[in-house]
Design a binder for this molecule. Sequence first.
Ligand code: P6P
Length: 340
Amino acid sequence: HVADTHRTDLMTITRFVLNEQSKYPEARGDLTILLNHVVLGCKFVCSAVNKAGLAQLLGLAGETNVQGEEQKKLDVLSNEVFVKAFISSGRTCMLVSEENEEAIFVEPSKRGRYIVVFDPLDGSSNIDCGVSIGTIFGIYLAKDKDNPALDDVLQPGKKLVAAGYCMYGSSCTLVLRTGSSGVNGFTLDPSLGEFILTHPNIKIPKKGKIYSVNEGNAKNWDAPTAKYVEDCKFPQDGSSPKSLRYVGSMVADVHRTLLYGGIFMYPADKKNPNGKLRLLYEVFPMSYLIEQAGGQAFTGNQRALDLVPKKIHERSPVFLGSYDDIEEIKKLYASSNGNN
Ligand code: P6P
């Protein structure tokens, strides 16, 4: 009976977001409209990414299309689609994209109360080999939509009102946290063109058996990170070693960590004192989701979501995942900071 109900009572992301809105009688539906435009962008990118492999075959990428236009790179195309979708929603006043050096201030006639920080196609260097890639986004509320300022977006991640990612892999999965709900996952049913709720109220396992890091940077790690990884491989307490899983595409590595547990880390190292990942539109949205799912996100010095950005493209080290696993790395940094 349950299976039938599920089949005939489809919970689409559109219905889900509307249900969320109904919990706030005073809500004007602006966030609902904005999220619908996020979903529109994700559907477009999913379709474009799935065709990417055929682009060369069909003579699309790098060639000129029928209008004689140079075929755009997927990440540029994805960025344009999201920028246009957010502006046309009429619910944003500022946008910060990984693809744009400067923040985009929306023209006054189209301004709304929200600010979107996003990476339109993270991990895009993996497209040509078919590895999963994704869109990552976070949504802030502007103080005054008619006078948006950078200060509105240089806010700690704990101020986010919503965040999520869409992973373009064997399936197209959108994971989102908005309003008072928990973390929910939706899978695109291409035959319906709808995202269907497939992972309700995701909770990350309290402890995991997987660590995820680019071991190629081991030469440059600081002592706490090196010690933590050593303990993953040669546990002191006689427990079995953890498994290493590293895709090299943040959305894929974080999605696996969220569902299976364990730890994902991009630490600082001698070459990159702030790590590699961008704070506003990679570290904050993923940390927000992991925390809301019962995990933790740590920078090596503090809770990731407490960090106050000074620049829109600044980087930050990050250790995120299962609550107990992050406790371990926090102890190692605490004792190391204590000794310094
Ligand atoms: P590395 C992809 O380029 C990316 O920005 C993230 O998606 C990913 O987690 C990281 O960089 C991988 O970096 O140095 O391990 O190749």
